[in-house]
Design a protein around this ligand. Structure first.
Ligand code: GLC
Length: 420
């Protein structure tokens, strides 16, 4: 159990980190002020999409005005067709050196041309629940909805309810073990992953990242289970928010979209033999990527997930050979042949360590399925991790050692976990 002292400590520490990582100023290129929390001042000083949504959730506990500004800054550069880029380089002039180290596809010098997991409805929902106000809700709903409409139109060409990524970093899970075969990496090194990134994404530039051509080329078309669990969950929340705002037509529309996504996950991604949900690779092939990683457990976030399936996923989380580590939840099953608990290669991420956003989703899923006890274990371990090793980007699930960026903002989601 988290003690009141621990709770206060978490609140104080997160408040301090969110002051240190706050970026405020005026962007001449956008003719606009910005105010957001960057993921980490040392490595990621810009506004990242899913990070920023997590930050808005955390800020909703600390300062509702800042939570509102966080989401407003994120949506400020939404394109007229609804597209939202995964990074906004508000103050790029200050950090040209850092940009040289990124492999990112640019739409403009200030906006990336990729997506990231669409967490915007969850951000808006958190702000609304903690006093964002009806006027703010009504002002943001059309813009947030347009972002989901864009995904539906542009990223779901077969209209099965599952959206596709066209390169790995669009999932937010850049170097996950589940991409190794698709990427044909010969070794687990950053160089190999960079070469793979070039093979996948470089050809897109030649045809101006035109969607029809990207899908037709079929270099890396993946319907990812985590991305689509987040998509479906967010569509459900979006429907409810429209209902709250008195818009029954949009409530119905987004609920139908949410139902379709959920059904497609059940029908296409569930593997009865293995008892896991697998990503689909290939524009038309839709081949299961058979890897035991935390994303295969993500449909737990749906309260309506059938009990038998939920029970099989939960059994994995309780299995000491797979996910029940000393410091859960490892992002790759510990008996996966390529599981690595600490830093893998140089700067490779999502190959085993525990992260706070995955803990946050899985704990919520467990609660939704009557396992508040197990959710509490994850929360307790998460608090232990930040007390022991600070607010790091990720942690060794066996030892609790922290790795990656320091003062990493979305690790502040531990505050939402302790606030329950
Ligand atoms: C890394 C993560 C990605 C995150 C970004 C900024 O690239 O893999 O998910 O959005 O850092 O924190």
């Amino acid at each position: 159990m988290v003690t009141p002292q621990q709770r206060d400590w978490v609140r104080r520490e997160v408040t301090g980190m969110y002051l240190r990582n706050r970026q405020q100023g005026h962007a001449a290129w956008a003719k606009r002020d910005y105010d957001f929390v960057c993921p980490s001042t040392g490595t990621y000083p810009f506004q990242w999409l899913w990070d920023s949504c997590f930050h808005a959730v955390v800020l909703s506990h600390l300062d509702i005005g800042r939570a509102r500004s966080e989401l407003e800054s994120l949506l400020a550069n939404q394109q007229s067709d609804g597209f939202l880029g995964h990074v906004t380089f508000w103050q790029r002039e200050k950090f040209e050196e850092i940009i040289k180290t990124y492999g990112i596809a640019f739409r403009t010098p200030y906006l990336s041309d990729c997506i990231q997991p669409p967490v915007f409805a969850e951000a808006l929902d958190a702000i609304d629940r903690r006093g964002g106000g009806d006027a703010y809700l009504k002002q943001m709903l059309p813009r947030v909805s347009a972002a989901y409409d864009w995904l539906d139109r542009m990223r779901d060409p077969d209209q099965d309810g599952l959206i596709a990524v066209v390169q790995a970093d669009e999932t937010g899970l850049d170097h996950s073990v589940k991409w190794d075969e698709l990427f044909q990496v010969k070794a687990v090194t950053l160089e190999e992953f960079q070469k793979a990134w070039d093979r996948v994404a470089k050809p897109y530039d030649a045809y101006g990242r035109d969607h029809a051509k990207m899908f037709a080329s079929d270099h890396f078309i993946v319907e990812d289970v985590m991305v689509n669990s987040i998509y479906g969950l967010n569509l459900q929340l979006l429907a409810a928010l429209h209902g709250k705002a008195g818009d029954a037509a949009n409530q119905k529309k987004y609920q139908a979209m949410a139902d379709r996504t959920f059904q497609a996950l059940l029908k296409k991604c569930w593997h009865e033999g293995d008892g896991l949900f697998y990503d689909l690779a290939g524009h038309t092939a839709e081949k299961h990527l058979r890897h035991d990683t935390f994303t295969a457990l993500m449909p737990l976030v749906f309260p309506q997930l059938p009990k038998d399936k939920a029970a099989r996923l939960i059994a994995r989380l309780e299995d000491p050979k797979k996910y029940a580590a000393r410091y859960p939840v490892p992002t790759v099953a510990m008996d996966h042949p390529r599981f690595e608990p600490g830093i893998s290669g140089t700067k490779l991420v999502w190959r085993g360590p525990s992260w706070m956003n995955s803990n946050w989703y899985l704990a919520r899923g467990l609660k939704a399925h009557g396992r508040a006890d197990l959710a509490q274990r994850i929360t307790d371990a998460s608090v232990e991790l930040v007390q022991k090793s600070g607010f790091r980007e990720y942690y060794n699930p066996l030892t609790g050692e922290g790795h990656g960026a320091e003062d990493f903002s979305w690790t502040g989601l531990v505050l939402d976990l302790v606030e329950g």
